[in-house]
Design a protein around this ligand. Structure first.
Ligand code: AP5
Length: 213
């Protein structure tokens, strides 16, 4: 099964993608997490990506496409994957379709998690992320057991640099101009499913499971 998560920054793509990955035993591939790991490790890719991410802009397509194609070649992708944060532009979606078509393959479903912008701004200020294992929390909606400490690996939780209000506003603008057109792209292919992302996260997941079967 090959699933794409669509939705604004903070809509809950990562939260739901992790739940899908656990339930359906497929890898969760987040381009944002891959970039953040590269930044942490001080790689050349990380240095390049950081200049865009800190401003809330998209990393250039060619860097993202090469990165994701090499990830697909890994063994755990044989039975599919859930993509979180990719594709994010029409050229990225076309590159994905072209790569899959070479093996007579295709994306099965694109899930759009709908959340209005005003909810997003509220959510982002409360998100806390683990820089070690990538787990995410929310100070109100999904708090860790011990404040500021990751439940999974015990490391410190941080507010992401790009979750500061001014950067969030720019990420939303970038989303509306460059990523939202993907909703029509997948609607035309008749594989788009929309879920209401303003509900409790377990209810959102129940709706996603109803879609995936
Ligand atoms: P990325 O890491 O992909 O960020 P994003 O798309 O902006 O998404 P987020 O991770 O911010 O949010 P999410 O939708 O996963 O929400 P989450 O589940 O955490 O990308 C970061 C940057 O990398 C980009 O800006 C770009 O520069 C670059 N990049 C990445 N991919 C790229 C690509 N393909 N091309 C070019 N550049 C790329 O939830 C958010 C918060 O809300 C959490 O605190 C969570 O606990 C809470 N929450 C979740 N669901 C609910 C709910 N139902 N109710 C209440 N709270 C909830």
């Amino acid at each position: 099964m090959k699933v794409i998560m669509l939705g604004a920054p903070g809509a809950g793509k990562g939260t739901q993608a992790k739940m899908i990955a656990d339930e359906y035993k497929i890898p969760h591939i987040s381009t944002g997490d891959i970039f953040r790991a590269n930044i942490k490790n001080g790689t050349e890719l990380g240095k390049k990506a950081k200049t865009y991410m800190d401003k809330g802009e998209l990393v250039p397509d060619e860097l993202v496409v090469d990165l994701i194609m090499s990830r697909f070649a890994e063994d755990d992708c044989k039975n599919g994957y859930v993509l979180d944060g990719f594709p994010r532009t029409i050229p990225q979606a076309e590159a994905l379709d072209a790569a899959l078509a070479k093996n007579d393959d295709h994306v099965d479903v694109a899930i759009d998690i709908e959340v209005p912008d005003e909810n997003i701004i509220r959510r982002m200020g409360g998100r806390r992320a683990c820089t070690n294992c990538g787990a995410t929390y929310h100070v109100v909606y999904n708090p860790p057991k011990v404040e500021g400490v990751c439940d999974v690996c015990g490391q410190k939780l941080i507010l992401r640099d790009d979750d500061k209000p001014e950067t969030v506003k720019n990420r939303l603008n970038v989303y509306h101009t460059q990523t939202q057109p993907l909703i029509n792209y997948y609607k035309k292919k008749d594989i788009l499913k929309t879920v209401d992302g303003t509900q409790d996260m377990n209810k959102v997941f129940a709706d996603i499971k109803a879609v995936l079967g």
